[in-house]
Write a protein that binds this ligand. Structure first.
Ligand code: ATP
Length: 263
């Protein structure tokens, strides 16, 4: 499926988005844009609202106020199950793969939002189904090659290291050909070497797949090294937005992190 793109506006535009949980204001009128092809890191101390923002973007939460525009369209008008077809892929903090299934099978599953044939066509094994299956297989092999997963393609996911599982999750998201890839704390649970591998992987994925990346992450060093743009949050608000060096030097960002453990 080819998605129509229009480069005259930002790929993602978040405007005055607010989310409350009872008396707690988790997001307080946050606004920012992400341009096509950029890696945008979102940072902030514990409780800043990063996960809440991520959940709004993946349509798990409905904001109480504000707008989110993706590719010029109202994202909040799309159902949660429609975001993959709209061009948004995501990975999960705790890795959400099928543990007993092989790497190849897990990656293949990610292609299904791009298949069109329905129940009867499948039941009758129509030509269109066979053609589609061949396409899915070809896409899967290409993705396994690109993410260097061929050696473990027939291994059940449960037998893999956490770092490799994250790469499988990335492959599963990318096979759907997203325009925007949402990464939810991908460095969580990784050791120093694996974080460095992850940094290269994210940069590589952006370059090869020309995908825009939004990275919600605690690991400041990773965010600062891989991002083109960093949005810093505190108490549900944006406190800085710009190139990494500028955000890192921002007085309010430094204040927000003082006394807070930073990776
Ligand atoms: P962390 O880095 O610790 O994951 P965060 O930046 O992701 O934090 P959020 O998890 O988005 O922050 O939380 C923002 C605020 O909203 C916090 O005060 C949190 O306690 C509150 N909050 C988040 N989710 C819920 C919920 N489902 N119900 C009630 N309060 C919530």
């Amino acid at each position: 499926m080819t998605t129509v793109t229009d480069s005259s506006h930002p790929l993602l535009s978040v405007r005055d988005v607010s989310v409350r949980f009872g008396g707690i204001v988790a997001l307080d009128g946050i606004s920012f844009d992400v341009q096509r092809g950029q890696i945008c890191g979102v940072i902030g101390p514990n409780g800043a609202g990063k996960t809440t923002l991520f959940n709004c973007l993946s349509r798990l939460y409905q904001p109480h106020a504000g707008r989110i525009t993706f590719n010029g369209e109202d994202l909040l008008a799309k159902p949660q199950h429609g975001i993959a077809a709209a061009g948004i892929g995501r990975t999960f903090q705790n890795v959400a793969l099928f543990p007993a299934m092989t790497v190849r099978e897990n990656v293949q599953v990610g292609r299904h939002c791009r298949t069109r044939t329905g129940y009867w066509a499948n039941a009758l094994r129509l030509r269109s189904v066979q053609r589609e299956e061949a396409e899915v297989r070809a896409h899967t092999e290409r993705m396994l090659d690109l993410l260097a997963l061929q050696d473990v393609a027939d291994t059940p996911v449960k037998n893999l290291s956490f770092g490799t599982r994250k790469r499988v999750e990335m492959a599963r998201a990318l096979i759907a050909e997203p325009q925007l890839l949402l990464l939810d704390e991908p460095a969580a649970g990784l050791n120093h070497e694996e974080v460095d591998g992850l940094r290269q992987l994210i940069a590589d994925v952006r370059d090869r797949f020309r995908v825009t990346v939004l990275l919600v992450e605690h690991h400041l060093n990773l965010v600062m090294r891989v991002s083109d743009q960093v949005v810093a949050m505190n108490f549900g608000r944006k406190i800085a937005d710009g190139p990494p060096a500028q955000v890192q030097a921002d007085a309010e960002v430094v204040r927000a992190y003082l006394g807070t453990e930073t990776a």
